[in-house]
Design a protein around this ligand. Sequence first.
Ligand SMILES: NC(=O)C1=CN([C@@H]2O[C@H](COP(=O)(O)OP(=O)(O)OC[C@H]3O[C@@H](n4cnc5c(N)ncnc54)[C@H](O)[C@@H]3O)[C@@H](O)[C@H]2O)C=CC1
Ligand SMILES: O=C(O)[C@@H](O)C(=O)[C@H](O)[C@@H](O)CO
Length: 301
Amino acid sequence: MRALVVGAGLMGQGIAVEVSRGVEEVVLCDVSEDALERARRGIELSLKTLEKHGMADRSVLNRITFTTRIEDGDAADIAFEAVPEDVELKGRVLRDIEAVVGENAPVCTNTSIIRVSDLAGFLERKKRFLGVHWMNPPHVMPLVEVVTSRYTDEGVAGRVAEFLRGIGKRVVVCREQSAVNRFSAAVLAEAERMMESDGMSFEEIDTVWRYHLGILYTLFGPLGNLDYVGLDTILLVSKYLSSTGERIAIPDWLVEKVERGELGVKTGRGIYSYDRDQSEMLVERIEKILGMLRFLRTLEG
Ligand SMILES: NC(=O)C1=CN([C@@H]2O[C@H](COP(=O)(O)OP(=O)(O)OC[C@H]3O[C@@H](n4cnc5c(N)ncnc54)[C@H](O)[C@@H]3O)[C@@H](O)[C@H]2O)C=CC1
Ligand SMILES: O=C(O)[C@@H](O)C(=O)[C@H](O)[C@@H](O)CO
């Protein structure tokens, strides 16, 4: 099996390394010889680091062909586009990719946020086109988002997800746009409001996330964490914010759960279900948080 990766910048080089785990050959294509040279050096250095951790070896380089000729990806079985975030440029490149790859090959875009159905408009074989949004750095971060357009064939998306799972990725399926970047945009908008209206600094904003939300969201997820706060409390907070004119969602499911007495860990059921009582869950939560804090301290040295 051979894969074509187009765009050998920050993302393309990591994507090439990661994809090489599941295919015999990766053709990494860029318009710039300099970019290809930087990519080769970047990949060499990354592989050295991954090798140190037993996660890859340098033989990966032998499976990657560096080229400025997209035709070298002739008859590829799968293609990943990673050129800059510009609709027209991506459209042109995706059309070129479609012209060289095998007729049944899925064509995947790494767009950060462009609606995948908009990009599908440039292609003939729309059913075989989808987003595969890799995280930075792609050869290290576990998550990949499979992003479907309104034309994407479910079977094609399923096979691409299977390929990604096969190379060790954690896959989520989104519609049209990356969930990661929708979150990022919302966080950036709120951070900007707090800096603008409350005078908070870059460092203060990052501290709020690094020493609290980032820890809890990593361990429990932003929704799972609500179960520990108590959904009744969350509903009261949301209602108050709403009454002061804040743009805030009060989801129907939240109101219904509170009405049913499904308040989270304290009642044994909320967003998730719990088979232990609140005190036992608290002990488990403390253990997990302490584990995370110990780990973070090792990074700080
Ligand atoms: N930087 C990030 O953290 C992430 C970026 N993305 C998305 O991935 C895509 C690529 O981003 P980066 O790798 O950061 O950009 P980059 O600027 O580092 O790399 C883009 C590469 O594409 C090449 N290129 C430009 N036109 C080309 C063409 N016609 N044919 C072949 N190659 C061409 C450039 O020479 C460059 O090497 C963008 O859509 C970006 O939004 C997605 C996830 C994370
Ligand atoms: O523009 C993007 O696509 C990026 O912001 C990302 O998705 C993030 O870098 C992601 O990889 C996680 O930080």
